[in-house]
Design a protein around this ligand. Structure first.
Ligand code: FES
Ligand code: FE
Length: 435
């Protein structure tokens, strides 16, 4: 993809291919594609920044990123959440160098300009003697990033003209609630995220978590064989793949007829869960054992049972993960465990243990996945592989299930490429500048 014309032609060919059930290997590891994603996707889409429970008190902050922009997400003294570019307006120094903490102000380590955590410039050394009235503090605050929230999820958007977060989510909120409305108090993070860098393209993870039930009985077969994953390969293919056409979000809802409705949660929590959800959501939830979904482009959720003692009934945990691209075929992974605020402490501890064993940084399922994902990424950069397409034709003829109680495009069985075609179509819209 030597120049912009070749790149534009490749994007156009790729978009046509997605409609026919093909997707090119090159997309998963290519410098020009990476640069285009930075310019046209991550600077235009709503991107996840933080969960509100990471910054519960005034002054709490975390530093995160959208594309190659470092961002401070802070709660001000009035409780309001702000996102500001982590860059001093004087000469561009990085303001805040730690990943999390509590501060009412940030003082630049270069010449000492000082900002409130809301971004306002309040201190300039030698203001009178040096600037002699030529510098207006109100004009030189930290650059504000647009933020909006849904049920505790804080998103940021670098495009002032982009539609609202509500519009962007486009009805996928129905499915997000399956992870977030675990009781009337909602959920909170259980400690800071696991955070590491991987030689993996973010899109492989986004696709996998948009509902790749196909890999589970193979890549994670130890879980079935040893009794950690209370399911079987056969039941795993049941359920639905649900996507939001035109938005790119997708979720796989794995169903096991023998898995009890609301199983894996403490009984005292279930009444609150049913009350927090709508009857339609509770009906979907009752039929769901594993729910694995991606909010386009790079935020995913998973709820699944995992047995702490092989053969015992599983504890259901929730993980939220962000795949932040940092180069072609390379990303920073953030992985959180979410627990219901109202749950008994014993359950929170058990859920966190189950999460850590399965999907923490050294988790068994996590290792299974990355073993495959890094290989896929490496292959995609090779001379022969990069110009090949992969088949995305599973479920091309699937008709939406008219009896499914939730919104979106729901097809059966869960093992299906429909969600991935929807995901990559949306990606193609952004890369073509037509989102
Ligand atoms: Fe921050 Fe000069 S770069 S005060
Ligand atoms: Fe997996």
């Amino acid at each position: 993809l030597r120049d912009s014309t070749a790149l534009a032609e490749w994007v156009s060919r790729t978009r046509a291919g997605i409609g026919e059930g093909r997707f090119p290997a090159r997309a998963f590891n290519d410098e020009a594609v990476y640069a285009l994603e930075q310019d046209r996707l991550f600077t235009k889409a709503w991107c996840f920044l933080a969960h509100e429970s990471e910054i519960p008190s005034p002054g709490d902050y975390v530093t995160r990123a959208i594309a190659n922009n470092n961002i401070i997400v802070a709660r001000d003294e009035h409780g309001e959440v702000h996102a500001s570019l982590n860059m001093c307006r004087h000469r561009g120094n990085v303001m805040c160098k730690s990943e999390m903490g509590n501060a009412s102000h940030f003082r630049c380590s270069y010449h000492g300009w000082t900002y409130k955590n809301s971004g306002e410039l309040v201190g300039v050394p030698y203001m009178k003697e040096g600037y002699e009235g030529r510098l207006k503090r109100k004009d030189w605050g930290l650059v504000a990033v647009r933020v909006d929230t849904y049920e505790g999820l804080v998103f940021g958007c670098l495009d002032p003209a982009a539609p609202s977060l509500e519009d962007y989510l486009g009805g996928f909120q129905f499915y997000l609630d399956l992870y977030l409305k675990h009781g009337l108090g909602g959920v909170e993070v259980h400690g800071p995220p696991d955070h590491w860098v991987a030689d993996t393209d973010w899109k492989i993870c986004a696709e996998n978590f948009a509902g790749d039930g196909y890999h589970t009985p193979v890549a994670h077969q130890f879980g079935f064989n040893l009794g950690y994953f209370p399911s079987s390969g056969t039941t795993h293919s049941q359920g639905w793949a649900v996507s939001v056409p035109g938005r790119g979000h997708g979720i796989g809802l794995g169903h096991s007829p023998d898995f009890p409705a609301f199983g894996g949660f403490p009984d005292e929590l279930v009444a609150g869960m049913k009350e927090a959800m709508s009857p339609a959501q509770a009906a979907v939830f009752a039929q769901t054992r594993t729910a694995v979904g991606t909010v386009f482009p790079n935020l995913s959720f998973l709820m699944q049972p995992f047995s702490l003692v092989p053969g015992q009934p599983g504890v259901r945990f929730v993980t939220m993960r962000l795949y932040h691209p940092v180069g072609p075929g390379r990303m920073e992974m953030y992985s959180w465990c979410l627990v219901p605020k109202d749950a008994p402490q014993d359950y929170k501890t058990e859920a966190y243990r189950a999460y850590t064993l399965a999907f923490g940084q050294a988790g068994t399922f996590e290792q299974d996945d990355f073993e495959n994902w890094t290989k896929v990424t490496r292959s995609a950069a090779s001379g022969l592989v990069r110009d090949l397409d992969f088949p995305y034709v599973m479920g091309m003829e699937s008709e939406p299930d008219p009896d499914f109680p939730g919104p979106g495009h729901a097809v059966r069985p869960y093992v299906n490429d429909t969600n991935f075609r929807t995901l990559w179509s949306r990606w193609g819209d952004y890369l073509a500048g037509e989102a």
